[in-house]
Design a protein around this ligand. Structure first.
Ligand SMILES: CC[C@@H](C(=O)O)C(=O)SCCNC(=O)CCNC(=O)[C@H](O)C(C)(C)COP(=O)(O)OP(=O)(O)OC[C@H]1O[C@@H](n2cnc3c(N)ncnc32)[C@H](O)[C@@H]1OP(=O)(O)O
Ligand SMILES: [Co+2]
Length: 148
């Protein structure tokens, strides 16, 4: 793992939370993006070499809606940057960690992502992120998984 890529924070109201974090971090949101497959709308803030990802639910089946209903607003996941997500998923599976997806999928902010169950990491939902570097015409659309 290279660094903490982002910390995901579940929020009820993206606009209101955005104002709070803009003032707190003294920086503007550099990107908002909806990810249909996850049922989320995101807003990103750069903090040094890492980011804060605010996440609001876009439907009731979203993992963020479930989290908000159960626990309320707060830290939802920690995302680590990796160079080779498939190799890292294989390594972690062999070490006994429970992967929540079998193949990398398209996340926000130009990343391939995969999740580990919180029970595998002492109650913390872990996301692995790999920067997508291929040409844009080869990128999968929407909620497609990533295939070679
Ligand atoms: C925008 C795209 C992407 C990016 O590019 O950055 C994202 O960040 S998307 C973020 C949203 N997507 C996800 O979270 C996908 C992965 N999550 C899941 O698959 C599920 O949310 C889950 C983690 C498997 C939980 O789902 P489920 O089992 O249906 O929910 P429960 O409420 O029954 O929870 C079971 C168990 O797990 C605990 N839990 C749930 N969420 C979290 C969490 N975020 N952090 C820590 N613990 C969590 C929950 O409390 C339950 O525990 P027990 O009550 O002790 O059983
Ligand atoms: Co995330």
């Amino acid at each position: 793992m290279n660094k903490i890529e982002h910390i995901g924070i579940a929020v009820k109201d993206l606009e209101a939370a955005g104002k709070t974090y803009e003032t707190l971090l003294n920086t503007e949101c550099y990107k908002t993006e909806k990810v249909k497959s996850e049922g989320v709308e995101t807003a990103f803030y750069q903090v040094g070499e890492s980011k804060i990802e605010l996440l609001a639910a876009t439907n009731e089946d979203s993992p963020i809606a479930k989290f908000l209903n159960k626990k309320g607003e707060g830290i939802h996941h920690i995302a680590f940057a990796v160079d080779d997500i498939k190799a890292e998923m294989k390594r972690l599976k062999e070490e006994g960690y429970q992967l929540l997806n079998e193949k990398p999928k398209k996340g926000a902010d130009n990343k391939l992502v995969a999740f580990l169950h919180p029970k595998s990491a002492n109650g913390v939902l872990v996301e692995l992120c790999q920067e997508i570097t291929e040409e844009p015409e080869r990128l999968p659309e929407g909620d497609e998984v990533w295939e070679d």
